[in-house]
Design a binder for this molecule. Structure first.
Ligand SMILES: NC(=O)c1ccc[n+]([C@@H]2O[C@H](COP(=O)([O-])OP(=O)(O)OC[C@H]3O[C@@H](n4cnc5c(N)ncnc54)[C@H](O)[C@@H]3O)[C@@H](O)[C@H]2O)c1
Length: 456
């Protein structure tokens, strides 16, 4: 049965189709961000289909298995929209796209081993859309992309076959994702979103749609490239500031100054924004976003040396963790070779089940190069194989055999660990890379303690 076609550049048409809930949505890429996005659209009453190349994921979703257990609030929404048939998933993009009015792209934008941004997924899907997108549809790119990517690449890829012409019979815009894993429902329903369109009318239409689904503040940008520039600027600001405090913390360590104390006092000043030093910066956003802007700089013959330098510092932090560990072993007069070290936390940030670009991986590999037998405990990865290591199911089982513990991720669970626990180790060496434990308490507990940036 053919569907009534909604002209997606007509505000009145779009508004009516939202109110009557006949607007059909297709989300391509239903991973960490795309699935919650699709579930939110379905929850608002719009028929939504998710497309993904991951057959297992699609099968799991269609058989009612919720894949994002660490996203509070979405499991109930998932079961309810599956039950009322507002949401389903497919691997068949050729079926899903022509039957939809609104196409959201939540595809991955990773980087390769040389830190070059990789837009293969977006380019592949854009070339597909050239063949299958029905006329008068609206495409919204939610993935994080470089400023200019829509104007310079997406539009020409979708127009390539000559069947579609932008602003005539297809429309495009952006609404960059800005949710934090583990808090996506909260962020989607609270944080302002950036909106950019191929023209200002499209930006207004995108605002209307997102307002219907999320009712958050929608910040209208003059075009797509400005919206994407804002998205990258906010994340790269964090990457650079973390590099700044991490570099400071290396000097404060030598001076016997506790960086935590410095930062807590500094934040009392109205215009100081706190960032924390640590074992390194991972995840699917910050490191990649810096390299995306560096790629833009290269493309435009610009100079962003502060980002380049910031990346260098953040990428050196795992080695500093190894240096702190070696120093503690020297003080204890034991060899690191053949020792047993427990890594507390492998996620790239606290309280999420996500190891993308985690600095824990490099720390583990460097320890293994030193002949260490590495153990892992992470409450989000219990009894799993991570980086070729079978993870522990709890700390107690392994504590007596350990020569050292290195806290890499500040999961809430670790903040509750009593410092006395570490006295049960064969050698009580504790390296805290996230400012979780108090150096004075560690000293009173007679641990050989190294706190990143904490001084002695
Ligand atoms: N995860 C985050 O914290 C976060 C936050 C803000 C923005 N973002 C951005 O959001 C975008 C999506 O990130 P994510 O974390 O959800 O990624 P993800 O890897 O969790 O999900 C992407 C999904 O796309 C699927 N996919 C890949 N190629 C495909 C194709 N050709 N056709 C259909 N499906 C395909 C994958 O199988 C996967 O399920 C990225 O641009 C990322 O930078 C992520």
């Amino acid at each position: 049965m053919s569907k009534p076609k909604i002209t997606m550049n007509n505000l009145e048409d779009v508004t009516k189709s939202l109110e009557s809930k006949i607007l059909r949505v297709c989300v391509i890429g239903i991973g960490r961000i795309g699935l919650p996005t699709a579930l939110s659209f379905a929850k608002s009453g719009l028929e939504t289909i998710g497309v993904d190349i991951n057959t297992q994921l699609v099968d799991d979703i269609n058989s009612g298995k919720f894949p994002l257990k660490d996203e509070p609030g979405y499991e109930d929404i998932f079961h309810s929209v599956i039950k009322n048939q507002k949401f389903s998933a497919t691997t068949n993009i050729e079926d899903a796209v022509p039957n939809s009015d609104l196409i959201l792209l939540s595809l991955p934008t990773p980087m390769d081993e040389n830190n070059i941004p990789d837009y293969t997924a977006l380019r592949t899907v854009a070339s597909n859309l050239a063949e299958i997108l029905s006329e008068h549809s609206l495409v919204i790119v939610e993935s994080t992309i470089e400023p200019g990517f829509i104007e310079d690449e997406m539009v020409s890829l979708i127009s390539k076959s000559g069947r579609l012409t932008v602003e005539e019979n297809f429309f495009i815009g952006v609404c960059p994702e800005n949710a934090n894993p583990g808090e996506i429902l909260h962020d989607f329903t609270n944080l302002p979103r950036l909106v950019g369109g191929i023209n200002l009318d499209i930006a207004k239409i995108i605002k209307t749609i997102y307002n219907f689904v999320f009712s958050v503040e929608l910040i209208e940008m003059p075009n797509c490239k400005t919206a994407n520039a804002v998205k990258l600027t906010t994340n790269v600001f964090r990457d650079i500031n973390i590099a700044f405090v991490s570099e400071l913390s290396l000097m404060f360590e030598k001076l016997g100054i506790d960086t935590n104390k410095v930062l807590e006092a500094a934040k009392k000043k109205y215009n100081f924004q706190i960032h924390y030093p640590g074992a390194g910066v991972g995840g699917p956003c910050l490191p990649i976003n810096s390299y995306q802007l560096l790629n833009t700089a290269k493309r435009t013959g610009s100079n962003l040396s502060i980002i380049e330098y910031g990346r260098k510092i953040n990428e050196q932090m795992p080695q500093h963790v190894i240096n702190l560990t070696l120093d503690a072993f020297n003080e204890s007069k034991i060899k690191i070779e053949n020792s047993n070290i427990l890594i507390l936390g492998v996620s790239y940030k606290p309280n999420v089940k996500d190891i993308q670009l985690t600095p824990a991986q490099e720390i583990i590999e460097k320890l293994q190069e030193q002949g260490v037998s590495v153990h892992i405990y992470d409450p989000y990865f219990v009894s799993k194989e991570i980086f070729g290591i079978q993870t522990e199911s709890n700390v107690d089982d392994v504590i007596q055999d350990l020569d050292a513990c290195i806290l890499v991720t500040a999961h809430d669970e670790f903040k509750k660990l009593p410092i006395s626990l570490f006295n049960k180790m064969k050698h009580p060496i504790l390296v805290d890379t996230r400012g979780v434990f108090d150096p004075l308490e560690a000293e009173s507990a007679k641990l050989t303690f190294r706190g990143l940036g904490r001084g002695k």
